[in-house]
Structures are given as structure tokens and as C-alpha cells.
Design a binder for this molecule. Sequence first.
Ligand code: FES
Ligand SMILES: [Fe+2]
Length: 461
Amino acid sequence: MTQQTPVRPLGGVDGGALIDEDWEAYRFRVHRSAYRDPGVFRDEIAKIWGHTWLYLGHETEIPNAGDFKTRTLGGRPLIFCRDSDGEVKVFLNACTHRGTILCRHNEGNTKFFQCFYHAWAFSNSGDLAALPGDESYPDDPGFRESMRLRQVPRLQIHEGFVFIAFTPDVPDLLTHLGPAAHYMSLTAKIGPHGMQTLPGVQLYSVKGNWKLAVENAMDGYHFAPTHNTFVGYLRETGFAVTDDDQYAYDLGGGHGLLVLTGHNGRIGMVWEPRFGDEEKARTVAKRNEMIARLGPEPAAEIADASRILFVFPNLLLFDLEALTIRQLEPVAPDRTDVRAWQFVETGEPESVRALRIKTMVSFVGPGGLATPDDIEAYEAVQRGIVATADSADPAHDWSDMSRGMANEKQGNQGRSIDEGAMRSFWRHWADRVGAATAVAGDPPADPGAPGPSAALASGKE
Ligand code: FES
Ligand SMILES: [Fe+2]
């Protein structure tokens, strides 16, 4: 039987579908206006960024009372701070008097934020602390109370990862994260003394749509051709590189996971020759330490595979050679800000830290062997999708993501070099923004294929 879902009249440009999924033709394609249309972008900011949990930052970025960072999410300027009592607070970075941006520094430590316009001052827990000429205002405690800094409606923290939402009506954070929470927990358990972000952030701006960054991360297909310099380098240093037995998982809720075993040695986990002999011995010791602390199975789950985790819509956790947290901020249909932090074991020896940083910058850093390739790829895609707008043949204005559909239809786990993780992202995206989709044919009976561990299936720790 063929199922034909009527095209929904929302979101599609000129009333057409943005996603075309056909399980008889094994075709999955995305209309390129989804990456460039300002109306789609506005819908995303309102319906996704305005209505779900967003990754803001890690608690260890603001370790001390009074520490703060300013940051923009979903186009809204924010103050991410630890108040004088040590509590994490997130305020809109806008003076309650007339809306002026309140804090104009990127980071620092303070008890008070003072507005430069009329000099109102607010404590780091949001109280209006000083109001020049306050005798001109009614002598009413309710007035000061009503002028407190505006906190974001929801703030929850999972394993130190701080999430916020701009509307109160979002589910509990762990419900939103589902099985993705487990993979964040694995990362958080690596260090016997905890994990922390290294001070400093790598901020870069990409001339491409934010969804291209998601696709790029969930796309194992591009690894060998795009990163052939790095692949060649790995081979020359005696490390085998393969795409076999690597899989992609749909974690539900738009979240995705690639589990990678075919390349990427990881500091302290999977040794490779370029890490040197000292690190070889430490890798063995590190595994023993994790077995003693966590048990053999969790230790193996953490250590044996590299992972790229995408938490919808803006967090990427690259647990590859070195651990990187990456955050996406859409600035315009064709512009994305990316922030990246190195996530390291608290208290690890200096020599290990130095090797970790060197390894990180050699691949996933913005000047490494991989990231510039990726940025070049998604900027090139953006140029191409602009080029095919208003094509004489409308069929030219679609991007194909059908790789692996036939395999998926047979009930097989999608490979990392297929495009299943991208398809599940796009389905969830369409659902969130109410984009028009056209579905033909029967999808696989069980699209929620089993995960890499029993824990994944249950979403439990
Ligand atoms: S706008 Fe901030 S004090 Fe007036
Ligand atoms: Fe890449």
C-alpha cells in the first residue's frame, strides 16, 4: 500500500513542499529555499529557538561567584553569570529601564551590572540595586521589584551543561534530551575529578545556514573525500582509517549520534602512534582507572568509540581526538556563529593537557586539518544553493539526502556514511517549524532502530 500524505500548507515556499520523501523511489530531498529563505529563517527563530531548550554554556565557564559571560542565543543578548551566592543565573542582557544593552563586556567578574545610559545598577542576582534620582520615583517597593533584571523563563543543568528556554512551556530538560542525556553523561564521567571547559572560546562566523553545520556534523560520508589531507596524514603516521562498522543513530527529538570506530585515536582512550609512547602507557593506566571507578562496561562504552552527538537544535559534542563542545547560533539565513570550547579532565597532568591541546588544534580547531575543510564545504554549499534559486528547471533546486534509504528500509542500522542522521534531523525540523512535507510510499516499519547499547534504547543512565 502506498501512503500519500497531503502537503501541509505551512512553511513551504510558494505553497510547495520543503521536504520530499519517497520510500518507493528511495528519494529524500530538501528544497534549497530551506537554507536561504528569510521567511523560513524567521519561522525557525520563532518556532525552534523561541520554543525549545537551547544550549547556553557550561557551568565551569563561570566557576566563581560573580563570574559572568555575555552571549547571544536565538538573537537575544544574555548574561550568563554566577551570583554572589554561587547560583547560576541567566538574564536578558537588557536594562529594564529602557532596554539598553546592560553589560557590554564579553566576560568578567562583578557584583553589579551598571547601565551606561542612566546609570541604573543591578546586583548579580538581578535586584535593582541603585537608581540615581530615586526620589523622583514613587516610594513603593513594588516599583523596584518590577524593575528586576528579566531572567529567562527556564534554566536547567544536566551534568554541568546549562540549557535555557525562552518560553516556560517546554518539557523538563531530561525529557527533552531523551537518550542524548546518557551520552552527555558519558562525557562528563571521563575525568576522576570532573570535567571543565578550558578558558577561552573559539568563535568563528560561517557564511552558511546553521543547518549546514548540523548536516556536516551528522555526515560521515564526507570524511574521506573532504578531509583527505588529514586521512593521508593519519595513514602516514601508521594509523588505519576505515569507514566499516560505524553507525548513525536517531535519538529522537531531532537529536542524532554518530558512533565512530574507524579513525581518530583519542587522548587517554584509543592510542595511536603519533601520540607517543608516554601517552601509550597512560592510555592503559587511564582505562584501569575508569574500570576501577565506573566498572568495565561503562569504561568500555566511554573509551572504545568516538562519538559525535548532536542535541537539537544547537549543541554538538565532538568526542573525537579531543573533546570539543560546539554551539551554533543562527545570525541570518546565510550566516552562523559557531562557538567552540575544549572540554578537558579537571586536574590532568600538564603533559597530557599539552598533548590534548596540540591534538585538538591539529584537527577540530578552526585552524586544524578538518574544520577549515568543513567550513569551506558549507560555505560552498551555501553559494551553490543560492546559484540554483529560480532555476529554469525547478528540479535543480533540491538537495539530495537519500543515501542508505534502501538499507534502512530493510531494517538495517544506518551507517555513519549514509544520510539517515540528516534525514531524521530534517523530519524533526519540519515538524517544529511546520514546514510542508510530501511523503510517499511506506517508511520502514521500525524507524527507531536499536541503539548502540541497551542504555540507549531505554534512555536511562
Ligand atoms: S536605559 Fe538603562 S538606566 Fe536607563
Ligand atoms: Fe568534516
